[in-house]
Every structure is written in structure tokens, then in C-alpha cells.
Design a protein around this ligand. Structure first.
Ligand code: TRP
Ligand code: ZN
Length: 446
């Protein structure tokens, strides 16, 4: 599994680890450095499916480095430079191993420039789902959770290493390229259109997108001042309109519940990509594989706080994303004339012990094939309802806000969430969380 780099010409420094030790995705991410910024200059031709990329990664060495890895799967690397000088590189599976001409000093800021091209191949995850650069009949649906970012740009592909991004994507005129954050410029010249996007707040690589298609674009600014950019496949436009119209209301409602919206832009990408089978909370601008309903928009928008701004530390803590986003759906129903969250809880609590909902505990899915299964989503939301029931509404909503505030733009762990809940409520919650997050099988009803 470990690749051994050739010693740097002038010695000094080790080889950054090929992974960050995530138990489910051991090779996702790399050791030895952290990224500050990704500058991605891309060209895409829907007709030939060919991607041309030039990625400039600005990073800081956490140790002296004779060599280090980036995650990249498929594609052809044409050239690598470090600080403007040609670097030696090899490929081992998803690891692009870079040996700069001189070892990097601990603490040094350095720039890696990777020129690459080819037809991207999406990643198949342990649960069989596709993620990454997924071609459609008019472009590509680009969603990288959990591993797919490496199918279209070289990165430190682990949510622990968040960075700012800028994108320049050139596509044939008539196509739209939609990324995260704000659109700085768009110009058409010689039959090609270039879209320049910028995401200033820290972002995990799996939340990056550069989706391409023939889209209708809607732009406006909400009354609370957030610029919205929606790109909608015309074939899904009628179905999507009712839910998209609620984006400002959902943003305001979630801001009241969870605290300030963490990003400087919002919106949606609604594609016609039904084979994908899921939506993703791509930062600032969730991507939907079809026209979403309101509940799905509530879910993906809630992820902007829980998942995107506050990121997980290890993939086994995925309930911190999905349990929270699912609970936001329950709260939306409760406050918009539907079932109370308690009634929704009771419904699921009525499922027999043999139901797949109880297949594994929310905070210990066991392996990467389980991270998007119902014990993570529904049982995770049930754990939050149990917490709310134990501490009362005032403390519960204070806990949600404090979680979003204390880990804003960073990462959190289940242990930290438990500690925060106990601290703010002044209650011992060990048994509750042990039962709902860590104990196999259906919990005994309280
Ligand atoms: N995080 C997405 C959501 O709940 C779902 C998701 C992303 C997913 N990637 C996936 C589901 C891969 C299944 C397989 O909004
Ligand atoms: Zn989700």
C-alpha cells in the first residue's frame, strides 16, 4: 500500500504518507502537508468527454518533505512542477507521487502545478454508487462524496484538509459550467465560454463541483443579501420550480435555527441524471440528479451548516452530516403543518427489530459501504430527537447553534458533540448517546 519515493536529489525530508488513516478510506488524503488553495483551470468537451486540467495547489509542508502524494485516479499527467521547477512524478493507483527537485523545508509554503488530461472515469464506491465526474447526455454531473474528487483534479482528498478554491472552466458556447461560490466572470470568445468561480471559505474536496450541461440560469439576491445562482436542466425545470422558489425561505428559516449562513453564495444545480440516484450538498450550491422536492432542498441546505461548514473528521462520523440534515427535514415538517419530529421518531421507533434501520449503530457504520444507509440518516436523526427530549427545546437548539459556531469552517467529532451537549445542558448524556449512537440493534424503547 505504501509507495516509497526516490530520495530527493539534495536529501533531507521524508515521504509524506499516502493516506490520512481514515479507517474506511485509508488512501484518501495524504500526509506531510496541508493545502491552502486550489486553483483549477479546466477545459471540457462534452462531445468527446475530454477534460484538460491545470491544477495549481498551494500548500504548507508540515514536515520536511523529499516527496509527497496527491490523490488522482485515471487521467494522464503531462507535467508536474513544484515552485515553478519541473518535478519527478510517478503514479501508484490513486497516488500521484511527486518528488520535487529539492526537498521542501518543514513549514515552507509551496506550489504544485499539475497539467493533466483525459476522459475522467468516475469512482465506484464500496456501496456500488458512482461519484466524481459522471458524464450525462449533455455534459457531466460532478459530485465527489466520498472519494470522487480524485477523478477530476489532484488533491489532498480528505475532509480534514479544507482549502479555498478558484475555478476557470472553459466549455463550448451554449454550455454552462457551474462550480461552488460566486461567479466572478463569464466570457465567450471563439465559440467557447469560460466561467470563473471562487469559493473563499474553506471547502472539503468532496464538496467541489464543476458541473457542465445545457442549463437555464436564474440569478438573484435574497432579501438577506445572499447571491443565488441556480442552473437547471430545462427537462427538470417545471418539476424543480416549486422547491427552488423556497430557497430564500429555507435559508432564512435555517439561519434562525442554526445561526448565520456560513457562505457567501447559495443556489442549486438541477441536472437530468437520474442514474446517479442521489443529491449532494456541494458547497454553496447543492446538486440534484433530478427535480428535488422541498424536503430534499431543506436537507441539502442544512448540510451547508452540518457537513460543509462543520465537516466530519472521520467518515465513521457521517451521522454528524446525515443525521442532522435529516433532522432538519423533520423540523421543517413540524413547523410547516406536518408531523412533529416526535411523531416522525415514533413512526420509525415502531419498526420491528429486524428492519434494516437497526442494522448497525449510527456512529459506527462498520465500513464505507454503510455510510449512506438508513441507520446513519434516520437513526442519526432519532438520536437528535432523543437528545431534544432529554434536554428540552431551549438547550437543544442552543446546542445546534453552538455546534455550528464552534466548529465553523473546521471539523468535529462525535465525541466533541457529546461533550458539548453535556456541557450546555449540564446533564449526563452518556447512556443516551451510547444507546442511540453506539449500541447495535434496536434500542429498548424508553
Ligand atoms: N450526502 C448526500 C445526501 O445525503 C448523499 C450521497 C452522497 C450519497 N454521495 C452518495 C448517497 C453516494 C449514496 C451514495 O444528501
Ligand atoms: Zn445528506
Amino acid at each position: 500500500m505504501t509507495t516509497v519515493g526516490t530520495a530527493a536529489a539534495d536529501s533531507g525530508g521524508g515521504h509524506g504518507a499516502p493516506g490520512q488513516g481514515d479507517p474506511y478510506f485509508p488512501l484518501s488524503g495524504n500526509g506531510g502537508y496541508t493545502v491552502r488553495h486550489y486553483d483549477l483551470d479546466l477545459g471540457y468537451e462534452p462531445a468527446t468527454k475530454k477534460l484538460t486540467g491545470d491544477a495549481t495547489v498551494t500548500a504548507r509542508a508540515g514536515q520536511a518533505l523529499a516527496a509527497f502524494d496527491l490523490d488522482l485516479s485515471g487521467l494522464t499527467v503531462n507535467r508536474v512542477r513544484v515552485d515553478g521547477r519541473t518535478a519527478h512524478w510517478t503514479r501508484h493507483g490513486q497516488e500521484l507521487v511527486v518528488t520535487p527537485p529539492h526537498a521542501l523545508r518543514k513549514g515552507a509554503t509551496f506550489r504544485v502545478d499539475v497539467a493533466y488530461s483525459g476522459v475522467p472515469q468516475y469512482v465506484t464506491d464500496p456501496d456500488g454508487s458512482a461519484d466524481g465526474w459522471i458524464t450525462t447526455d449533455d455534459g457531466a454531473f460532478v459530485a465527489g462524496e466520498p472519494q470522487g474528487a480524485m477523478s477530476w483534479f489532484p488533491s489532498d482528498n480528505n475532509p480534514l484538509d479544507k482549502a479555498s478554491y478558484s475555478f476557470r472552466v472553459t466549455v463550448p458556447a451554449g454550455y454552462t459550467a457551474v462550480c461552488n461560490g460566486v461567479l466572478d466572470a463569464q466570457h465567450t470568445r471563439g465559440g467557447k465560454t469560460t466561467f470563473q468561480w471562487r469559493q473563499d471559505q474553506p471547502m472539503a474536496s468532496y464538496l467541489a463541483t464543476a458541473t457542465v450541461g445545457r442549463f437555464d440560469v436564474q440569478r438573484y439576491t435574497t432579501a438577506s443579501g445572499i447571491p443565488v445562482y441556480n442552473a437547471v436542466d430545462p427537462r427538470e425545470a417545471a418539476g424543480a420550480a416549486p422547491a427552488l422558489a423556497k430557497i430564500p425561505e429555507i435559508l432564512d428559516w435555517e439561519t434562525k435555527l442554526f445561526g448565520p449562513y456560513p457562505f457567501s453564495a447559495a443556489g442549486a444545480i438541477v441536472d437530468d441524471a437520474h442514474d446517479v440516484g442521489y443529491a449532494l450538498e456541494t458547497q454553496t450550491r447543492p446538486i440534484y440528479d433530478r427535480a428535488p422536492d422541498v424536503s430534499t432542498v431543506v436537507h441539502e441546505t442544512a448540510h451547508q451548516w452540518f457537513g460543509d461548514s462543520v465537516s466530519l473528521t472521520s467518515w465513521k462520523d457521517i451521522w454528524l452530516n446525515e443525521g442532522f440534515a435529516t433532522y432538519a427535514e423533520w423540523l421543517w415538517q413540524e413547523q410547516h403543518g406536518g408531523d412533529t419530529a416526535q411523531a416522525t421518531f415514533d413512526h420509525y421507533d415502531g419498526l420491528p427489530a429486524t428492519d434494516s434501520l437497526w442494522d448497525f449503530p449510527s456512529a459506527d457504520p462498520g465500513n464505507g459501504a454503510n455510510i449512506f444507509a438508513s441507520p446513519v440518516y434516520t437513526r442519526g436523526a432519532m438520536a437528535l430527537q432523543e437528545l431534544r427530549d432529554a434536554v428540552g427545546d431551549k438547550d437543544f437548539f442552543a446546542i445546534l447553534k453552538a455546534w455550528a459556531r464552534e466548529h465553523r469552517y473546521g471539523n468535529g467529532t462525535t465525541g466533541q458533540f457529546v461533550a458539548l451537549s453535556e456541557h450546555l445542558s449540564g446533564k449526563h448524556l452518556g447512556t443516551l448517546f451510547h444507546t442511540w449512537l453506539y449500541t447495535a440493534g434496536k434500542p429498548a424503547t424508553s
